[in-house]
Design a protein around this ligand. Structure first.
Ligand code: F6R
Length: 259
């Protein structure tokens, strides 16, 4: 596990974008796993800039998003379909048919979830999975006590997540959907490489528990300890509860090709 502590959210986003660009430069038809939420916004903005100003090419890229709210249509401003289109896809040259986002409005969730898992495999698996982390330690919408072997499925959101995400909805917590369709922890762990981003003091406890605590379904991000190639990029407030942060920063100064 590699832990990079950034001085700012902007630096965190630029470092993450360089890693994505490096992946695409070495494998132009890479499969990316993508997250929504506030955390990756700066990363997506930087990728758009790199596409527009430096020609970063997405023409052969395939993407799979982690999750979607159940019941929201793709045109709903709070849906993750809408989020991804607004913040990334409409600004880059990715072919529409290469974009996969779980459906929040299918009439057969079970069949959809199996199909989604199957498509990931048929596309060769995820080369680089981008993750955020919830303040309760969740990755995707794998809330506390989710099985660490879980696959894509419907999940009931935790009260904490509903409260955290209420800021995006008009009528606050009342409007936040209670269910989401989400990739499972087991699905995420099959990615070749995983990059988790976190910023802000509200993530400090979850980040520390995920990196330095025991592997437990109470903090589903802790399952990443079982993966051989995980990188965390966190800003200083998000790193503030880590007991070994001096060591992580010292390692970075010793690494000749740190991003
Ligand atoms: C979103 C997702 C969630 C978020 C997490 C953090 O696709 O999978 O796990 O990454 O809830 O959200 P933000 O970034 O808004 O703090």
């Amino acid at each position: 596990m590699e832990i990079i502590v950034s001085d700012s959210v902007e630096e965190m986003s630029r470092t993450a974008a360089r890693l994505v660009a490096r992946t695409l430069n070495s494998k132009p038809n890479a499969v990316l796993g993508l997250a929504t939420g506030s955390t990756p916004l700066g990363l997506y903005k930087e990728l758009v800039r790199m596409h527009q100003e430096e020609g970063l090419d997405f023409s052969q890229v395939t993407t799979f998003n982690l999750d979607e709210y159940v019941g929201l249509t793709r045109k709903h401003p709070q849906s993750y379909h809408y989020f991804m289109h607004e913040n990334l896809f409409q600004h880059i040259n990715i072919p529409k048919q290469n974009i996969y986002i779980p459906s929040g409005t299918t009439d057969n969730y079970e069949a959809f979830c199996s199909w989604y898992e199957q498509r990931i495999v048929e596309c060769g698996g995820i080369d680089l999975q981008i993750l955020g982390i919830g303040s309760d330690g969740h990755i995707a919408f794998n809330e506390p006590t989710s099985s660490l072997g879980s696959r894509t499925r419907i999940k009931t959101l935790a009260k904490q997540t509903i409260d955290d995400n209420a800021r995006f909805f008009d009528d606050l917590a009342e409007d936040v959907p209670v269910y989401a369709i989400t990739m499972g922890v087991g699905t995420i762990l099959e990615a070749e490489k995983i990059l988790l981003l976190a910023n802000g003091a509200s993530k400090a406890k979850a980040v520390a528990q995920a990196i330095e605590g025991p592997v437990t379904s109470m903090i589903t991000a802790s399952a990443l300890q079982l993966h051989p190639d995980v990188m965390y990029i966190v800003d200083r407030p998000a790193a503030s509860a880590l007991t070994m942060s001096d060591y992580y920063e010292w390692i970075q100064t010793k690494m000749p090709d740190a991003p």
